[in-house]
Design a protein around this ligand. Structure first.
Ligand SMILES: [Zn+2]
Length: 429
């Protein structure tokens, strides 16, 4: 007798007709036909059941602040930074908490239960840090929230940037951030990477830097980040977020750089929605895409996971907390449309990002935590195409969100009454 059995599931690895039994908040069995019964049974009706989505790069202190104190008229990165600089000194803890909790509600309905958020440490009041530490505690029953101390205005460039970041870590922020390309000089950028990696090593913390988020091919802080990772023995515990300058780098240089990154086991976090929106802004035509070299990095064995980065904030007026929207954009920008490519993109929204965040017990194997999502789609490829409804979101064996299937009703003579986009509107082979 189990607590819950989900019957007739398709799994991301291609298995179908699978039953998943859950007991005590853990996955107790994953088999083709489980004869036992359970207190609750859910028929997945041949839909995809997957572990929850994982967002390894987000800004929860800025989310849902679109329009405050005014709109980003140009839609550029720099006006976004200016706007955030106006909002940050007047934002209250209560406002920050309320917006973050509201975003987390949305995330849960999207089956997004693991989020790594950067938290800006540039305002010495550190209200952002206080607010997100409160949010982290409050959402703990349903979302695992990791926090990165992020010196948005520069570790060395901002007044008190060094001491504010240290205080944020002392307050309990989990991860050391950085923004080397935004320091005043290349040299300051290099020194910031060295200092921040040393702090991480001393405190036993992971590192996740906004690194080389620029179209400048000479922005090569990732090289220093990889070298410092090896120097301090931080392999596998360091993430390079964005890395957009790699898009524009000389190919010969990249042929040296990628093996260095592989040696350091750098976790690569492109943010496709934001990168395609904000990079290449100084180009006329041809206009660069500005996302890092996803295929090349994956082929070299690096762990690549995609972040959402922003939702309705000073930098990005769009977004819906849907990691499949992120993956959908990644497929286009990276031009990874092959069958195997799409599997890799789906992994980059789930298992790869779980690895980036160091999650334990993540997955759909026996013994994993019973966190999973039933999608209104048959397989990962269809999920990426449709960004379908999350029929059920389950945390520790409990249903914490449901969304009805999206069914389009039709009133056409001689045609069907309704279509299920995922099931009826597909090629019939
Ligand atoms: Zn970011």
């Amino acid at each position: 007798m189990f607590d819950l059995i989900i019957r007739n599931a398709n799994l991301a690895d291609g298995r179908s007709g699978i039953d998943i039994a859950i007991s005590g908040g853990m996955i107790a069995a994953v088999e083709r036909r489980i004869e036992a019964t359970a207190g609750t049974e859910i028929d997945a009706t041949g839909r995809l059941v997957t572990p929850p989505f994982v967002d390894p790069h987000f800004h929860m202190d800025a989310t849902l602040s679109l329009g405050l104190p005014r709109m980003n008229v140009s839609g550029t990165l720099l006006e976004g930074i200016t706007l955030w600089g106006e909002l940050r000194p007047v934002a209250t803890r209560e406002e920050l908490v309320e917006r973050a909790l509201r975003y987390c509600d949305l995330a849960v309905t999207q089956g997004l239960l693991f989020i790594r958020s950067h938290v800006d440490t540039s305002d010495p009041r550190l209200v952002t840090v206080e607010a997100l530490l409160e949010v982290k505690a409050r959402v703990k029953p349903y979302i695992d929230l990791q926090l990165v101390a992020f010196p948005q205005d520069g570790y060395y460039r901002a007044r008190d940037g060094v001491s504010a970041l240290t205080r944020a870590l002392d307050m309990g922020v989990d991860i050391v951030g950085g923004i080397p390309h935004f320091e005043r000089t290349m040299e300051d950028g290099r020194l910031s990477v060295e200092a921040l990696c040393r702090i991480a090593a001393e405190r036993g913390l992971p590192v996740d830097m906004h690194c080389d988020e620029t179209d400048d091919p000479m922005s090569r802080h990732i090289e220093t980040l990889a070298a410092e990772t090896v120097r301090h023995g931080l392999q596998g515990r360091v993430a390079g977020s964005h890395l957009t300058s790699m898009h524009s780098m000389d190919n010969y240089y990249v042929s040296k750089l990628i093996p260095l990154m592989a040696e350091a086991q750098i976790n690569v976090i492109p943010n496709p929605l934001i990168n395609i929106m904000l990079q290449g802004r100084h180009d006329s035509y041809p206009k660069r895409r500005g996302m890092t070299r996803v295929r090349e990095l994956m082929d070299a064995g690096l762990n690549v996971s995609f972040g959402h980065d922003c939702v309705m904030d000073p930098w990005y007026s769009m977004g819906s907390g849907d990691m499949l929207e992120v993956g959908h954009m990644a497929i286009h920008v990276a031009q990874m449309a092959g069958v195997e490519d799409k599997k890799k993109i789906f992994d980059a929204l789930t298992v790869n990002s779980a690895r980036t965040m160091g999650l334990e017990g993540y997955g759909l194997d026996k013994g994993c935590k019973a966190d999973l999502v039933i999608l209104q789609a048959a397989d990962p490829q269809e999920a990426l195409r449709l960004k379908p409804n999350r029929l059920a979101v389950i945390k520790a064996g409990q249903v914490i969100a449901r969304t009805a299937p999206r069914i389009g009703e039709l009133f056409l003579a001689g045609r069907p009454d309704a279509i299920d986009g995922g099931r009826d509107y597909v090629p019939r082979l």
